[in-house]
Design a binder for this molecule. Structure first.
Ligand code: FAD
Length: 509
């Protein structure tokens, strides 16, 4: 049985939402994945009269397409969409049946405006939590615009394609046969990459805001909600709404909730923010903040937004090693997300750079997949919690090398090794391996700020207890500030403080 009782129960609830017949066209052989696919379909048809299954020979086996009967199929799954991709499959079933995708009208218009055929192929691993968002976005585009097609391809089943394309990070998206993009991409990000952008004029025409929040992570969403609840005109401009929580799998310290997942928090933040009618300008990067009669927020698209007060909540990003080979071999063996990309290194030797909590958690995770993990730590001792270190040292396929500095990641088109320097005797050592996971912390996203906003040595914005910065009317919150401890609820709390302080500032000025 492929579907356990719980999954079957959930599926039956979803299948009640189906709006019409869906044809599932299967291409199956005698391999194990084909058998699994056939079994899944046999179980599915018993759950709904609207599902029709037929067999055919498609370009990949095992694979299947979804379509309305007699219509051309535009969505395909190569491999069995279980694991994290099961939700992509269910959504594709409902949308193919005629259930309208839950997407803003402005986005629907941007999708419909695409006038040339786009054939996407999206390589995934079933344990990748970032992959479903991409698969679902491309499937939604395929449902809305008949010129668009998407196939999800499980890299574990189609290993030779992964090898020949030298894919070492998922999701990996190909458009009309050429590499299009990798890593988590939202529907809006895909549209922007395709050149379907909102015009700068639409932004210029906006009236000044009372509070404009820069950044749509935990801190920014919280600030926006607190400001909007005061009844003032509030906007959020963010490069990637959701921020870091989008890259987080299990969260066990979101107080009041025993366990949740980052993408769920991000989706809840978005619907909470939108509930208050806040103007969310996603996919927009701020390049400068200036002071005139208003505070002027300049966007990279050329437009300038005006606001009486601003909350900066631009968070932080993965810190890069900054050594030769890192940029060149990114997604060719250099990776930052062990949960996403770990399965692609099955049976290989990888290094984890960084012996803090995130590095050691990554090493423990990877040790269950790869043949060997070598942890490289710059300091003479690991900084991770003792409980994590104990777990790490109990594993047979892990080596820890301390007091070393990474010098270079080597390889021709893909990672082939790493060179490090022993800090005690300056000896250079080369280690042949196939993957490098960089886990050396985060840097604040504050490079775009001028000296009018005081920052500390590592670029964090200096704030007082009310979240005020050195520029009057500009407040800051979350991971981009000097506030100690970078955590979700701390970011949310500081976002609330900054918004209430901004409101206080508006009353007084
Ligand atoms: C892998 C991982 C696991 C974690 N696990 C946990 C956990 O279990 N529990 C916990 O409490 N915390 C955890 N954290 C930390 C937590 O996610 C962060 O502290 C928190 O999300 C920070 O929120 P933020 O809003 O300050 O910043 P971010 O989430 O970084 O958001 C910043 C926002 O600003 C936007 N932005 C940046 N620059 C610009 C610009 N120039 N113009 C416009 N927009 C911009 C970004 O696109 C984003 O929307 C984890 C972090 C990581 C990376």
């Amino acid at each position: 049985m492929i579907l356990d009782d719980q999954l079957k129960q959930n599926l039956m609830e979803y299948l009640k939402l189906i709006e019409g017949k869906v044809m599932l066209t299967l291409s199956v052989g005698e391999d194990d994945a084909s058998k699994e696919m056939r079994e899944l379909m046999d179980e599915l048809v018993l759950l709904s009269d609207d599902l029709i299954v037929k067999e055919a020979i498609l370009s990949r086996t095992p694979s299947f397409t979804l379509s309305k009967p007699e219509a051309e199929a535009r969505i395909a799954f190569a491999g069995v969409p279980l694991g994290h991709e099961f939700s992509s499959f269910v959504l594709a079933l409902l949308q193919t049946s005629g259930r309208p995708p839950k997407v803003d009208e402005a986005i629907i218009q941007r999708i419909k405006a695409i006038k040339e055929p786009l054939v996407f192929e999206t390589y995934v691993s079933l344990s990748c939590h970032n992959c479903p968002e991409v698969v679902q976005a491309l499937n939604t585009m395929s449902v809305i615009n008949p010129l668009i097609k998407n196939t999800m391809i499980d890299g574990a089943v189609f290993g030779s394609e992964v090898e020949s394309k030298e894919i070492m990070g998922v999701p990996a998206i190909y458009l009309n046969g050429e590499f299009f993009g990798g890593g988590r991409l939202t529907l809006e990000e895909i549209l922007t990459k395709l050149g379907q952008v909102e015009s700068a004029e639409a932004f210029e025409a906006k009236d000044p805001f009372d509070v404009l929040v820069v950044g749509g992570g935990a801190a920014g969403a919280s600030a926006a909600i607190y400001a909007a609840r005061k009844g003032i005109k509030t906007g959020v401009v963010s490069e990637r709404f959701g921020g870091q929580v989008l890259d987080t799998v299990g969260i066990e310290n979101f107080i009041g909730t025993l366990y949740t997942e980052g993408p769920k928090i991000a989706a809840d933040l978005e619907s909470h923010v939108k509930h208050y009618g806040i103007d969310v300008m996603n996919q927009q990067r701020v390049k400068a903040i200036k002071k005139s009669a208003f505070i002027e927020v300049e966007l990279e698209n050329g437009a300038t937004l005006k606001s009486k007060a601003v909350v900066l909540a631009t968070g932080a990003r993965w810190r890069e090693l900054g050594v030769p080979g890192e940029k060149e071999l990114r997604n060719k063996g250099v990776a930052y997300c062990p949960h996403c990309d770990g399965p692609l290194f099955k049976g290989k030797h990888v290094a984890v750079i960084g012996g803090g909590n995130s590095g050691i958690e990554a090493a423990i995770d990877l040790a269950g997949i790869v043949s060997h993990v070598t942890v490289l730590e710059y300091l003479p001792e690991l900084k991770a919690d003792a409980v994590l270190q104990n777990r790490l040292f109990s594993l047979p396929n892990v080596t820890v090398i301390k007091n070393v500095q990474t010098k270079e990641i080597t390889g021709n088109g893909k990672v082939e090794g790493i060179t490090y320097i022993r800090r005690d005797d300056q000896m250079e050592v080369h280690l042949p391996l196939q993957g490098v996971f960089v886990q050396i912390g985060l840097v604040p996203n504050t490079d775009f700020l001028s000296d009018l906003i005081t920052r500390n040595r590592i670029g964090e914005i200096e704030v007082d207890a009310k979240g005020a910065t050195s520029m009057p009317g500009v407040f800051a919150a979350g991971d981009c500030t000097t506030a100690p401890f970078k955590q979700i609820i701390i970011a949310m709390g500081s976002g609330a403080t900054a918004a209430l302080s901004a409101f206080d500032y508006l009353i007084r000025n």
